[in-house]
Ligand binder design. Structure first.
Ligand code: DGL
Length: 283
């Protein structure tokens, strides 16, 4: 068992996981972090489950190899949806926390009607991990899931709001919030539209202004960043491995494009990243 002073490892297919790192730093200001973005192989969301599992295991192993981490946070819904058990099997003994269960928890806390929309990458939505995690918590939930893979590219391009982002978001979300009869999964059920929208991809919080403009003020928009940070906090506290004092320092690793990682990533993290701080590694 690693000591409390060891860093927390965090990875994503790219810079989306920096939205989770931001929440982790807010929740756990004493901790040190090592963040890996597999920017050379992004996106994960369009790839087969087999490939995502292989990539996710390699990323987790690279993190564990780079530093003696005390736990690993899979800050990617796609990798969490298909790769969590494979990572746990390879890194036996190391706590591995994904974002799907915390996201499902956040969704079930937010919904009143029980009708929840989930958007994520193609792989996340097709695998059904969110649907299962929500239904386990709330058996009567009605879930409308939709792939919004294009949002990943928008966020990576830094097109977070404005007319382009809004029109893409409007186009992609139309099937979810359109007239009730058209809704996937609605069948003969009484007409309703979702009261909660789960951002089931760590890139999507970057588009929340555009998403809010499209869905209106009545829909609760939830993501898993804050709830994942609570889950990590609880797990470390339970095993008495919270850091006593650190500077909240982060080491950044990426598999390609240090300059781009720093430039676009600064926006995701909400604080500046210097390209010189980003070390390139091969997986
Ligand atoms: N940020 C990742 C997620 O949460 C996916 C982006 C990608 O397709 O690689 O699912």
């Amino acid at each position: 068992v690693e000591s409390g002073e060891a860093p927390i490892g965090v990875f994503d297919s790219g810079i989306g996981g920096l939205t989770v790192l931001r929440a982790l730093r807010d929740e756990l200001p004493n901790e040190r972090f090592v963040y890996l973005g597999d920017t050379a192989r992004l996106p994960y969301g369009t790839k087969t489950a087999q490939t995502v599992v292989r990539y996710a295991v390699q990323a987790a192993q690279a993190l564990a190899h780079e530093a003696v981490v005390k736990c690993i946070v899979v800050a990617c819904n796609t990798a969490s949806a298909v790769g969590l058990s494979a990572i746990r099997a390879r890194l036996a003994g190391l706590p591995v926390i994904g974002v799907i269960e915390p996201g499902a928890h956040a969704a079930c806390s937010a919904t009143r009607s029980g009708h929840i929309a989930v958007i994520g990458t193609e792989r996340t939505v097709r695998g059904g991990a969110y649907q299962e995690a929500i239904l386990r918590r709330r058996h009567d939930a009605r879930i409308s899931a939709l792939a919004a893979q294009l949002f990943v590219a928008l966020a990576e391009e830094g097109l977070n709001d404005g007319p382009v982002a809004e029109s893409v978001v409007r186009h992609c979300l139309a099937p979810l919030f359109a007239p009730p009869a058209a809704l996937p999964g609605n069948g003969d059920a009484p007409h309703s539209t979702p009261d909660t929208l789960v951002l089931g991809c760590t890139h999507f919080p970057m588009l929340s202004t555009a998403i809010r403009a499209v869905v209106g003020s009545e829909v609760a928009i939830v993501d898993s960043a804050a709830t994942t940070a609570h889950a990590v906090h609880a797990a470390l506290a339970a095993s008495q491995r919270l850091a006593s004092a650190g500077a909240g320092a982060v080491r950044f690793l990426a598999t390609d494009g240090a300059e781009r990682f720093a430039r676009v990533g600064s926006r995701f993290l909400g604080s500046p990243i210097d390209a010189d701080e980003v070390r390139l590694i091969d997986l």
